[in-house]
Design a protein around this ligand. Structure first.
Ligand SMILES: *[C@@H]1O[C@H](CO)[C@@H](O)[C@H](O)[C@H]1NC(C)=O
Ligand SMILES: *[C@@H]1O[C@H](CO)[C@@H](O)[C@H](O)[C@H]1NC(C)=O
Ligand SMILES: *[C@@H]1O[C@H](CO)[C@@H](O)[C@H](O)[C@H]1NC(C)=O
Ligand SMILES: *[C@@H]1O[C@H](CO)[C@@H](O)[C@H](O)[C@H]1NC(C)=O
Ligand SMILES: *[C@@H]1O[C@H](CO)[C@@H](O)[C@H](O)[C@H]1NC(C)=O
Length: 439
């Protein structure tokens, strides 16, 4: 008998919620019609008719799992957040939009793979903003950080909605009939190399193939967009968004359900890694290391300070949990991923609300436990825990000191220990990492 009553009760609760939600949705869609979005893509409130139902189902499922005591993967904190944010589920139709926000040499390609390798229902893009940056920062007149951040955000917003047209404007040479051979690192996205996104290779032209896994001709962006729409979840990795707060309108877009993962790393390690990866650009640093003198008012040092400050300020915004970002922000340290890749991947998936797929799990197992030699500096196939500490032997102590001086507050926030002398720097039994929980 009791169960019967429980079922009836649940149904009533669900009906009330569905009712309430439809009201909210019509309110919001009314607001949206009035609002001018920066996207050119027109959409109609009718688009919500199907997703509404899906959203209510999600809520119903959550309620059912709460009542029956099977909590699934939700932590208590997340639950609170999600129930509070219930509305956002309705409009995105259960889709999640993950933005992996990083800087270069923080292992973002590797962490991007955690999502790329999900496979089943994931549309992943690797650094789409590369095109925007290349076009706009070479056009000297448009080199304006504020304007650039807005453009990045709008292109990301469109991509999360599977609209490639704003991005197309920045691809050179311009795509012909929405077809381009020039999409940056297409092969890094499994979803852009699937069979139905793969156009036939033109036999008359000696063409290079655009995918590793199969012989694909240039990318038809219409097909890419269709593939995107067919996938439940979307993820974008980017090292080009500098300030988290510039993303506020994107996070607040009711059509999206955005989760931001900020990936950070010890700035001393980043400098050491950049000096190897971008060797010619870092000649000045090498020279300074040799004469032991670093002019702290030099542009290079200022740029380092600027980068550190941006990363720290973004993290401060995220960790302070402003209303617009509540339960949508996660800070992850590269070093923790290197030490506990599987555990961190699970945490990230739990945070996004996307089930951790067996394919992703297998990929992580394969790529963190190999003894295989690194096949290049961009390789993600490395013994990650060993790799994470290598920088301590490659960075000259003088430079580590400079980083500690200009990036001090950033290092403190993330829990990276300072070293006072070279001995400590290269003594592996001394950890430079404080155990820290952020979220
Ligand atoms: C909405 O649902 C109807 C009927 O189930 C279907 O025909 C239509 O294609 C769906 N629209 C969208 C946008 O999914
Ligand atoms: C940069 O762009 C923003 C927004 O378009 C504008 O308000 C600002 O004046 C510009 N700044 C400079 C220095 O051009
Ligand atoms: C790209 O794909 C779309 C959708 O299948 C198709 O209609 C279009 O003709 C293709 N474009 C080219 C240039 O092949
Ligand atoms: C990876 O490196 C760590 C640290 O040096 C070592 O303990 C571990 O055995 C290595 N794992 C493999 C599979 O080589
Ligand atoms: C490294 O640090 C440990 C712990 O502080 C210390 O016992 C050891 O002597 C150090 N090793 C070297 C080579 O300095």
């Amino acid at each position: 008998m009791k169960t019967k009553y429980a079922v009836v009760f649940i149904c009533i609760v669900a009906l009330v919620i569905i009712e309430k939600e439809s009201n909210i949705i019509s309110m919001v869609s009314d607001k949206l019609i009035q609002r001018q979005t920066p996207l050119q893509t027109p959409y109609t409130p009718l688009d919500y008719s199907n997703t509404t139902q899906k959203g209510s189902l999600t809520v119903l499922k959550m309620l059912l799992s709460n009542l029956s005591g099977t909590k699934g993967n939700l932590s208590e904190e997340q639950e609170g957040g999600e129930l509070e944010d219930v509305g956002s589920y309705s409009y995105s139709g259960g889709r999640k939009h993950i933005l992996l926000m990083a800087t270069t040499r923080t292992g973002s390609s590797f962490v991007g793979e955690f999502f790329n390798q999900h496979r089943e229902n994931m549309f992943y893009l690797f650094e789409p903003l590369w095109h925007v940056e290349r076009m706009l920062t070479t056009a000297t007149e448009a080199n304006n950080g504020t304007a650039l951040a807005g453009i990045y955000r709008d292109v990301l917003q469109a991509l999360f909605l599977c609209d490639f047209s704003p991005l197309e404007k920045y691809i050179t040479p311009p795509p012909q009939d929405h077809v381009t051979p020039a999409l940056f690192r297409r092969e890094s996205s499994l979803s852009l190399c699937e069979e139905h996104v793969c156009s036939p290779v033109n036999k008359d032209v000696v063409e290079r193939y655009h995918c590793k896994t199969r012989r694909c001709g240039p990318l038809n962006l219409t097909l890419a967009s269709e593939s995107c729409l067919s996938k439940q979840h979307h993820a974008v990795k980017t090292v080009r968004v500098r300030q988290l707060e510039t993303l506020q309108p994107l996070v607040e877009d009711p059509r999206l359900d955005v989760r931001v993962i900020q990936l950070v790393r010890d700035p001393r390690a980043i400098l050491a890694s950049r000096m190897v990866a971008f060797s010619s650009k870092y000649q000045t640093w090498k020279a300074w290391a040799q004469d032991g003198q670093v002019p702290e008012d030099d542009e290079e040092v200022k740029r380092l300070k600027g980068n550190c400050d941006h990363i720290r300020m973004s993290a401060e915004v995220g960790l302070s949990q402003p209303r617009w970002l509540r339960s949508r922000y996660m800070l992850v340290r590269y070093e923790d991923i290197a030490r506990y890749p599987m555990q961190k991947a699970e945490e990230m998936y739990r945070f996004t609300g996307i089930p951790f797929s067996s394919q992703a799990r297998e990929w992580i197992l394969r790529n963190t436990q190999t003894t295989q030699e690194a096949s290049g500096i961009y390789s993600t196939q490395k013994n990650s825990s060993e790799q994470a500490e290598k920088w301590r032997f490659s960075i000259p102590f003088t430079l580590a000191q400079v980083v500690q001086r200009v990036c001090g507050p950033t290092m403190k926030l993330f829990g990276y220990r300072f070293v006072e002398n070279e001995k400590t720097l290269i003594n592996k039994s001394i950890s430079l990492l404080e155990d820290k929980l952020f979220n």
